[in-house]
Ligand binder design. Structure first.
Ligand SMILES: [Zn+2]
Length: 111
């Protein structure tokens, strides 16, 4: 059984990716973070944000705009990718770095 934090991260990123295309990349990220979590048991609150960043890095090899910025006040809306904030910490958000505004919690990109 995977750690609950990993199972949760996998489900959240599956929702955000919304495509079976990235299933292998997602599984790789979860497997690597399972090892990481076995080395640092207190790391569980950070797993969601880290898996999101790992998956984004893999997706960016083919689609550097994922996930596209949808922040209404952004001058470059649709023209850049959102990034995960914080880099390391609980409750990560997909964030527009042009405006500094959070767009959606990781796992809730599509509502
Ligand atoms: Zn933006």
């Amino acid at each position: 059984m995977p750690h609950p934090a990993l199972a949760e991260a996998r489900a959240a990123l599956r929702r955000d990716l919304a495509s079976p295309l990235w299933e292998a990349a997602l599984q790789d990220a979860v497997t690597q973070r399972a090892w990481w979590l076995s080395q640092w048991a207190d790391g569980a609150p950070h797993v969601l944000g880290l898996v999101a960043q790992d998956v984004q890095e893999a997706v960016h090899e083919l689609d550097p705009m994922w996930p596209r910025c949808t922040e209404p006040s952004c001058p470059e809306r649709d023209g850049h990718a959102l990034f995960v904030e914080p880099d390391l910490g609980p409750d990560p958000f997909w964030t527009c770095h042009r405006t500094g505004l959070p767009v959606a919690a990781v796992g809730h990109l599509h509502g």
